[in-house]
Design a protein around this ligand. Structure first.
Ligand SMILES: Cc1ncc(COP(=O)(O)O)c(C=O)c1O
Length: 345
């Protein structure tokens, strides 16, 4: 049996969370309990619901998982930080990352004085269980795995990883920030089988709401209940919550934008393949494309001179001479292609 409480930092098992006024009573006729200003500014004079019931209900509906399995954060970045704080004893426990990948796993771990060990993806940019195994040790509490992976753009073989980490008793975070662009289904459907699984998702990508900072997690109810205890009471503000609820009520609008981005991604990949400046155009199921070119610095510079900013990934392991380009609007992509086609190299 997989016992989550054995993985939680021991002091957090007994931790007494802050209880705010709104935890105790959420509404009444005359609210004089929370030192709020009584003058109504479109209800912004009131603290938000610390249990985030309406928002979690809406996300539960979208993610097709029960409310008790949903946790919301100020971006998935906040949840990455909270997961490390929940499971890892500073100065003792470790996390494992599979590189090249999203940079915040390492940053959050190091900020919390938690060591990071890493293994590399294989030649297909997929997980190699043998190298992962040799990077693990008895202090490893969490493995971060990003699928579709940023910056390589491909899905990873997560099911095999989960089977292994369940038997080893290691929390496995699968970051699905880009899932909607891949048209595949979330691994959260496997939650009953793998209580060690924590899925991260966000409204920052497909939903086009990076500015409101809204990420969420689908995880075992026990993990969610511990996260609820250690989060700041009002980590999601009223404006973000309202905007998220509005967006979530119109899934078709998100799907339409995602389809447009996918078709532009395919167009870009085709056009990049026709350009001799690129030695490699990697396949992508995300909203960005990874490219290899011995002219990568020159390309980045020339694009910047034309007001187009892309991301240099050449310092990442395995990604020598690689750049990452986000899929823009058809007009933006047209301008990008014009500059690339006009380059004299
Ligand atoms: C893989 C991955 N996870 C998470 C994030 C951050 O998401 P959020 O905006 O929800 O904090 C990003 C942002 O680029 C990302 O690439």
């Amino acid at each position: 049996m997989f016992d989550i409480s054995e993985l939680i930092r021991p002091e957090l098992l007994k931790f007494k969370p802050y209880t705010s006024a709104r935890h105790l009573v959420s509404s009444g006729e005359i609210m004089l309990d929370a030192n709020e200003n009584p003058y109504d500014e479109e209800n912004l004079n009131r603290y938000p619901d610390p249990n985030q019931i309406a928002l979690r209900e809406s996300l539960s509906n979208y993610a097709d998982a029960p409310l008790d399995n949903i946790f919301v954060g100020s971006g998935s970045d906040e949840i990455i930080d909270l997961l490390i704080r929940l499971f890892c004893e500073p100065g003792r426990d470790e996390v494992l990352i599979i590189e090249p990948t999203y940079g915040m796993y390492r940053v959050c771990a190091e900020l919390n004085a938690v060591s990071v060990s890493s293994c590399l993806l294989n030649d297909e940019f997929d997980i190699e269980l043998s190298s992962l195994r040799s990077a693990l040790n008895e202090k490893t509490k969490i493995i971060f795995c990003c699928s579709p992976n940023n910056p390589t753009g491909n899905l990873l073989s997560v099911a095999e990883l989960l089977e292994y980490t369940k038997s080893e008793g290691i929390i496995t975070v699968v970051d699905e920030a880009y899932l909607e662009f891949s048209k595949s289904t979330s691994v959260s459907r496997l939650l009953d089988e793998y209580p060690n699984l924590v899925v991260l998702r966000t409204l920052s990508k497909a939903w086009g709401l990076a500015g409101i900072r809204l990420g969420y997690s689908v995880a075992a109810a026990e993990i969610v209940s511990y996260l609820m205890r250690i989060k700041l009471p009002y980590n999601i503000n009223v404006l973000s919550s309202d905007r998220a609820l509005e967006a979530l009520s119109d899934k078709a609008n998100m799907e339409k934008k995602v389809s447009e981005i996918i078709s532009e991604r395919e167009r870009l990949i085709e056009e990049f393949n026709n350009l001799s400046i690129f030695e490699e155009v990697y396949p992508s199921v995300a909203n960005f494309v990874l490219l290899k070119s011995r002219f990568s610095s020159k390309i980045k510079l020339t694009l910047a001179e034309n007001g187009i900013i892309i991301r240099d990934r050449s310092a990442d392991p395995l990604l020598e001479n690689c750049i990452r380009i986000t899929v823009g609007t058809p007009e933006q992509n047209g301008m990008l292609l014009n500059v690339l086609k006009g380059m004299n190299l």
